[in-house]
Unconditional design. Sequence first.
Lengths: 907, 477
Amino acid sequence: MSRWFALALILTCSSSSVAAEPGAKPSAAQIEYFENKVRPLLAEHCYSCHGPKKQNAGLRLDNAAGLKAGADNGPVVVPGDPLKSRLMISVRREGDYAMPPKGALPPAAVAVLAEWVKTGAVFPDTQGAVRSVEARDHWAFQPVKLPPVPAIRTSDQIRNPIDSFVLAQLRDSALSQAPIADRRSLIRRAYFDLIGLPPTVAQVEAFEKDSNPLAWERLIDELLASPQYGERWGRLWLDLARYADTKGYVFNQDRNYPYAYTYRDYVVRSFNDDKPYDRFVIEQLAADKLQLGEDTRPLAALGFLTLGRRFLGNTHDIIDDRIDVVTRGLMGLTVGCARCHDHKYDPVPTADYYSLYGVFASTKEPEELPLIGKTERTPQVIAFEKEMEKREAEYEAEITKRHNNAIAKLKDKDAIADYLRAVLDSKGKPNDQLLALLRERDLNRFVFDRWKAYLEKEIKANSPVFKPLIVISAIPERSFASDMAKQISAWEMDSKRAVNPIVLKAMADLKPQTPRAAVEAIAYTIAALPPDKTTTPEQAELFAWNKSSGPLDIPTSDYDKFQNRADRNALAAIKKKLDAFKASSPFAPPRAHVLNDNPAPFQPYIFLRGNQGNRGAQVPRQAPSITAPQRKPFTQGSGRLELAQSIVSPDNPLTARVLVNRVWSGHFGQGLVRTPSDFGTRSDPPTQPELLDWLAVQLVREGWSLKKLHKLIMTSATYQQSSVVSADAFRTDVENKLLSHQNRRRLDFESLRDSFLLVSGKLDLTAGGKPVDLFKAPFSTRRSIYGLIDRTNFPGTMRVFDVANPDQHSPQRFQTTAPQQALFLMNSPFVTEQAIALAARSDVSNAKSNAAKVKALYQMVLARNPTRDELQLAEAFVADNSAKTSFGKWQQLAQILLLSNEFAFVD
Amino acid sequence: MLPVSVSRREMLSRCGVGMGLLGLTQLMGDSGLISAHAHAAESTSPLAPRKPQFPAKAKHVIHLFANGGPSQVDTFDPKPALAKYAGKSLPSTNLRTERRTGAAFPSPYKFKKYGQSGLEVSEIFSNMAEHIDDICVIRSMHADVPNHEPSFLLMNCGEPRLIRPSVGSWVTYGLGTENQNLPGFVSMCPGGYPLQEAQNWQAGFLPGVYAGTYVDSRNTDVEKLIEHIKNKTAPGAAQRKQLDLLAKLNAAHQATRPHDAQLEARIQSFELAYRMQSEASEAFDVSREPKHVLEAYGPGEQARSILLARRLVERGVRFVQISHGPVQPWDSHDDLEVNHRRLAGQVDKAIAALITDLKRLGLFESTLILWGGEFGRTPVVELPTPGSNQGKVNGRDHNHWGFTVWMAGGGVKGGQAIGATDEFGFKAVENPVHVHDLHATMLHLLGFDHEKFTYRYAGRDFRLTDVKGNVVKQVLA
């Protein structure tokens, strides 16, 4: 607390002082002058482009900090010196920027500004100070402290301290908690919450009969121990991690992340193993930095960083996505805003963004991804590897072939002449002109650089072959023919033979009229291959450039540096096939989509206004200040491990709160903070702040165990309440912020689909492995988490059912109700298949009477017997069944039950 | 039915889409109570029709997306000066585009003045040109880069690389749609996906319900047009009986669970879906059009798609986008003369018929039509490069420096050309209009201030135009 107070105090002091001269106190007269004359002027003429909404050129003139910071290209005011102040130059319309752009200020206004600057450009700023202090004072940025559990009169409804917190708040309203839900509702709720599947009728009945007071806890333990738990909660984590099996649009590469599934399986396994959350986070940011021992499967955790979209290969955007998934995903902090400017509402300066940028810019993804886990060397795996080797060898051979062809073309006499001329013509030209020249002549930069370096070396060494180039380029074009002829004669006279005689003869024969012809004479001479193996020393001199380490002795590894489009496309097509083969083969051994640190970490700069061409101050790689008050610059490589450690440090005010809130949301449909990935100043305050903190403390105390947290929440009376809404609650607390009842929740797409499969008897509980296409017949009966997530063309059904958009971090699923959902349920072959399978289950098909069949269907789908009304309705429905059709009345009835609200909602 | 009152806020927070959509209460401008529960599901549907921020004429959009980049100097921006330099270098250096370019390449087509306005249009659009007095040609468009991928996204989503909702998603989010039995935003492309695929009609951070419904309008069978639209197991009366029983069971379930709009919304969704089956089948069946209408639009997939667009708009669909064909058909690096003539020929008659038809139906004034590509083409010829073109030296490279789009209908002042490119049609020089400006203008025509039409996500209030864009006032009628 005291630390925060001190910090606030410092801020207040510094920013309430004068902008231009920190420390000097503005006089009352200065302030009055500013407030009466200057501020209104700035407000009227400048704020629309340099105010709270827009900061054109990075300039903000509505607060002291803005004035002090100046524009992207530096300060705009020199206190005391109007002539040097760019603001004055601009309003006088004398410099590069005539301001305001729409028309000049009246002379009187210019005089006011001049006077203001002359007297020190005083800018009293209280507003800005208040804001930043408020932002730092924001509840979510305060350290988590254990709040006292409120004293509550003994009540049946207190099962654990959660209830005390909730009841203490309810006490102040006219509301009370709802009664504990019936056993059926409870077991169904627990099943869906923890494993995403419904209980069978037998399980429901057993639980209803179990009078043991520990029955509920035992049920929770059982479900938490089930392998299906990780599949349910792992899927929720994958939403946050914007998990997908494909990269999105990537030009002509293969789109698959062939081993994305190893990350998905890692997540499921981590939940099932109840891996402590701090460890879980550290592995996802820096598994490659840990001593993993023999089991290297946790390397797959790095998929959290690597499996995002590829944004047409734009590095800055890829890094931005990684910063976002880390900061919003793990800390509920919207750092992405600070890419272009300081966060407008939260204390996240641009410097903090680029500190994180530096971390991720210091990493790379290796070409060859590491193998993980043990792969049994089955004949199929061996066959796969053989096939891969063969395909890779073919690919390499194709590269070599095309590479050699490309080099052969560069050895053509005209190509050589082109590069020689380009080297001469570009001498002393700035880079942009060089690029334009190369582009115009269709020459390659990489090859050009090699020729240039070679020629420079040769010329320096007075090469008798290339030295003449310098002479040629020095001859003025006007008198070239005659001057050149004289020069040739001079060379012929020269007893020291400074010029190679063959070159000289070529020139003498040609009598070049232009520099171009002279250069060509040299190029053509050296391009002509030696007549046979026995060469004279003069010939050897000529062809030395073609030897190893010459300009065109380009290693195959550099093949991609001077490819033409045809080669690039052809090779990309082969590579794409190869990668697709790898991704589609069921026998490709698993690998991890890791990233590693670069040997030398990147020292980040601020990119002003997010523009990487516009560098500002250098910043260290370090954690955002608001999350790590005691931060220090990272020193170990990129700093990923240090970043991860700071995220799970007990000093981090956000991580535990954010996680607890997410888990709470999984049990109530809504978090205590209703913007789960934004805990900033513009988020709704928590409905039960002390409860949030208490849970956060418990989480850390219990070793970051999620399973313990689930149990803690689920054993509260608050969780176990009925979801029936009282008229009072509905009237006074319609959003149920006070938790006077449970929330009825609709099954998400995965739970709904998996439940269909469970009750139809078709669910295949095989865990892990390569993804399956859920929407192609014959339909997979695996759990939905194993479905292929193609972010390029996200399946329409998933989209209409609000499955998290895998394009970026998804804080929470939307919940929309749209007729396209109903169309899938009514008409899709997948659903009708389940209805057919359900009606064909032996309990139904073997039942002797219609009534018994109806009963069996109800038990299977809704885990209960039909009421008398329901039985009657169903019997009437099936009365005119003609058993001929494959989708007769029984199948139709089965479908109706699958589509019912009772099936789709959890009370 | 339960006679209870439910506040709209409750509706939105529970059966709407949670936090994000709460902003809609402002958009809708009323926060009253809705009295009938049955009414509730419809009014709180995320696709329920809503009023814009201010009154506007345009209520629907048809975006005729000439994907690949049609050439401005061969369509709506005649440049006779090119003829002077035919086969020779332009006096100015060629601007940098994707590939190497060479000498001036005059248009192989003839231009003619049309209408009262006397605007010149190329012969390849001679039918469409008859409506030139209703068309506002913007000749000074410009974009950021000469590459398809980022330019597709810039044109369709207002941002070249990052995840942002498409224009159609924004519009559907803002206005909902008028026919709950049809998708609110339909994106057609006969034969397959355009380049960048589903990203062209993505909802980005908006709820998935606002994403475009993709329709491969090469198909004529409605089943292949809209997923799950037909029931094959128990169609017709049998399905009605199923739904009737379902409704009864759901009503009994609901009776003991008061005050829950989600339950009602889901009940209603089945009825909507039931109606959608017949309505969509009908809407997507162009064979129901009279013969003279079919003839007016002409043959082919493009013509059929454009006619479909009219049928959809007629039925209240908010936003219809038609891409010309898979990937980037207008990308004439080779054989421009043949290819542009062929492509224009596939839409020329149909677009003319569309305008006539919308007028006949009284829908022209409420429908905003936008025609154009993601950029234009160079007025100079593209030089041969292996792998880039066929080396015929008779095509044009991409050109983001200057290009043409046109708008017509809803609130647009026709018969005028806005802005100009330089003497040769390379670069927008007079009154340049960036893609952001085009978007700002479209939103304005639909009744939205692009600076105030926002959606809060990840701590920021996002706009279609990001921090850019100015309304081009001259477009407005």
